[in-house]
Design a protein around this ligand. Sequence first.
Ligand SMILES: [Zn+2]
Length: 107
Amino acid sequence: MQTLKAPQSAKRATIDRGDVERLPAMRPGFCDHCQNALPKSAINHHSRFCSSACRQTWWKIAKLRGAKLYYHLMVWRGHRGRKGTPGAGRLGMISSMVDRFIQSDRE
Ligand SMILES: [Zn+2]
């Protein structure tokens, strides 16, 4: 399998949370984590979360899930999903993972 080496500058890569925090809510007016209606103050501040606890939990889950998705996406991209390569079937795998995330969040 193809291996990728991180450049020296990426050793301490950080996530620009601001870029992610500024994304629109998945369901406008509702918390992206607990799905409860956002309080008016959160809506006024264009927040996607009803509380700091929900924001922190969402980030923990996003990092774990995101790392798995990133891995599979990079393998897929490295082989463009060609049959007979490690990239074959990865997009389907990613889609299935997201389905399981959604199912798990509903339970
Ligand atoms: Zn919430």
